[in-house]
Design a protein around this ligand. Structure first.
Ligand code: ADP
Length: 256
């Protein structure tokens, strides 16, 4: 049996470039939906750069099997946030996955069919940057399961925004709906004087959303609390609920 049939909502996180905050978004949206009472699965299909285990401080954990398939690794004792990642299958955090396309595709298909999510409300799929084999395999495997669609993540500057246009074309070609666009690293508010510096420019994502008629979900500022929380696996929503990034994330999660 394919366990995707027990999943209520599927959201795929896409970005044109690496380092714009795609995994960050996957984690924060998961935490935000969890805080709203939802049961969450996160599938990390960034096989060459799996960062979700580290962001939840789960790096030392192993995957177990039951009769129904692979059990996700749970973040919390109530088992309301489960994670599946190739990171759990590697011997050490320094191991590299040096696989050609077919082997990667087989792994992703297995993740999408064999993980026993157990009635999650939202499955959030974190992907590698760009539009490669992995993305096509994900979209093909989701066909027939009525995914909510893709959230596109960009930083505000023109070069990154240009790459998101290609993501948009990919979504249209593969027939996956676009849930909306998030502009990450959108300004830095100095904690001392409260002045906002637009390090990577500002507003490029919002302008693109307007031009292309997709929903703009919101902007997340650069926030050192967020970097620290992801480096240490701490839930920023609980540890620092009034930080600028958390306020922005809460705003985005309410729109989902
Ligand atoms: P991607 O998945 O697109 O490669 P990541 O989510 O891994 O990008 O983010 C890259 C780095 O930037 C991470 O160290 C993360 O903690 C940091 N980061 C992402 N968004 C923010 C933000 N809004 N404020 C501060 N740091 C951020």
């Amino acid at each position: 049996m394919n366990h995707l049939s027990s999943v209520k909502h599927v959201i795929v996180i896409l970005s044109g470039k690496g380092g714009v905050g795609k995994s960050t978004m996957a984690v924060q949206i998961a935490l935000g939906l969890h805080a709203a009472g939802k049961k969450i699965g996160i599938l990390d299909v960034d096989l060459c750069g799996p960062s979700i285990p580290k962001m939840f401080n789960l790096e030392s954990r192993d995957i177990h099997q039951c009769n129904e398939g692979w059990l996700p690794v749970y973040v919390d004792k109530d088992q309301r946030i489960g994670v599946m990642s190739i990171g759990f299958l590697l011997g050490s955090a320094d191991d590299a996955v040096v696989w050609r396309g077919p082997k990667k595709n087989a792994m992703i298909k297995q993740f999408l069919s064999d993980v026993y999510w157990q009635d999650v409300d939202y499955l959030i799929i974190d992907t590698p940057p760009g539009t490669s084999d992995e993305h096509i395999t994900v979209m093909e495997s989701l066909r027939g399961y009525n995914p909510d669609g893709a959230i596109l993540v960009t930083t505000p500057q023109a070069v990154a925004v240009g790459d998101v246009r290609r993501e948009l074309t990919f979504c249209r070609k593969t027939g996956i709906p676009v849930v909306g666009l998030v502009e990450n690293m959108s300004g830095y508010v100095c904690p001392h004087c409260a002045e906002c510096t637009n390090i990577f420019s500002k507003g490029g994502g919002q302008a693109l959303a307007e031009q292309t008629d997709i929903s703009f979900l919101g902007s997340i500022p650069i926030d050192s609390n967020l970097t620290l929380s992801l480096d240490t696996g701490v839930n920023i929503l609980e540890a620092n609920p009034r930080s600028p990034a958390v306020r922005a994330i809460n705003h985005i999660v309410k729109k989902l």
